[in-house]
Design a protein around this ligand. Sequence first.
Ligand SMILES: NC(=O)c1ccc[n+]([C@@H]2O[C@H](COP(=O)([O-])OP(=O)(O)OC[C@H]3O[C@@H](n4cnc5c(N)ncnc54)[C@H](O)[C@@H]3O)[C@@H](O)[C@H]2O)c1
Length: 346
Amino acid sequence: MKILVTGGAGFIGSAVVRLAVARGHQVVNLDALTYAACLENLAPVADSPAYAFEHADIRDRAALDRIFRDHKPDAVMHLAAESHVDRSIDAPGAFIDTNITGTYNMLEAARGHWLGQGRPERFRFHHISTDEVFGSLGPEGQFTEDTPYAPNSPYSASKAASDHLVRAWFETYGLPVVMSNCSNNYGPYHFPEKLVPVVILNALAGKDIPVYGAGENVRDWLYVEDHADALLTVLTKGAPGRSYNIGGENEARNIDLVQAICGILDEKRPKNRPYSAQISFVADRPGHDARYAIDPARIANELGWRPSVTLAEGLDRTVQWYLDNEDWWRALQNRKGVGKRLGKAS
Ligand SMILES: NC(=O)c1ccc[n+]([C@@H]2O[C@H](COP(=O)([O-])OP(=O)(O)OC[C@H]3O[C@@H](n4cnc5c(N)ncnc54)[C@H](O)[C@@H]3O)[C@@H](O)[C@H]2O)c1
């Protein structure tokens, strides 16, 4: 299958591209190369004849039309987005433009292509979204695909809007879409502004390890390579018009996650005091959702997919990857905003 992947130079998109090429698909990676992109993430596939790169912005409709005409993809996996909640608090405009208008452009360009090809039934537009669209849970319960939307940050609101557009393009125009909403990803190639790499890199640098609020917020952690596998499962087996929640079955409080990473570093890179001594509690994020948890029943029962990696295994692999790939993360630490406290609002 020829798959047009948007955002393929980002964290999750690059895992999808690497896996799709390994599984014999042809991949066109469309990416604007924002601050969050890193083409080195594609080094394992860059020379493959099955891989092509298009430097383009999803806000540019004419560029999208040209790319669909040139490549004639069988499917789209749409991951390109502004993705950092803290940045969305400081500067929401880019999130509206890319996540909402950009998704609209992708839908229209894909629809034009699909119509031009005679409405092939097998065509798919897979929209990749987040569990943050469902808002915040109390101590009990899980998000199902039927949980009402209640986004709380500019990021999650923009993703919620894009989800609604995708649904409407299925209901109104019959475009064969599939949708997925996943929990927090972690793993290799995670941009160094997100929680897991911040903890690892600040610990190694001897700096404070910032934990928002009391660290009580609960997330369901999904190993990125498991997620890429789930996404290809949804793309190839999912029913048109249907959405699938993807979780790691790994709920943890932030403070417990941070302590676990410190414990792994104590073993792998011991020093004179435990890394947990560097933990520093800082002012909470405004509108910080208390708990996210995914009910994985639909993807398990209908598509036969389950995560393969426990949180302990995934964190061990992730910490080892950062220890082994210092050149990769050092180069990204100079990018604007990285290492700074963002998103405190005023
Ligand atoms: N990281 C997570 O834990 C998580 C969880 C749930 C859902 N998601 C969703 O998964 C997708 C990928 O997330 P990620 O963490 O890999 O993000 P990322 O920030 O690492 O990568 C985003 C990629 O999109 C590209 N991009 C941004 N704006 C663009 C534009 N206007 N045109 C073309 N390309 C553009 C960037 O250059 C970058 O390569 C996003 O849609 C995000 O909402 C992420």
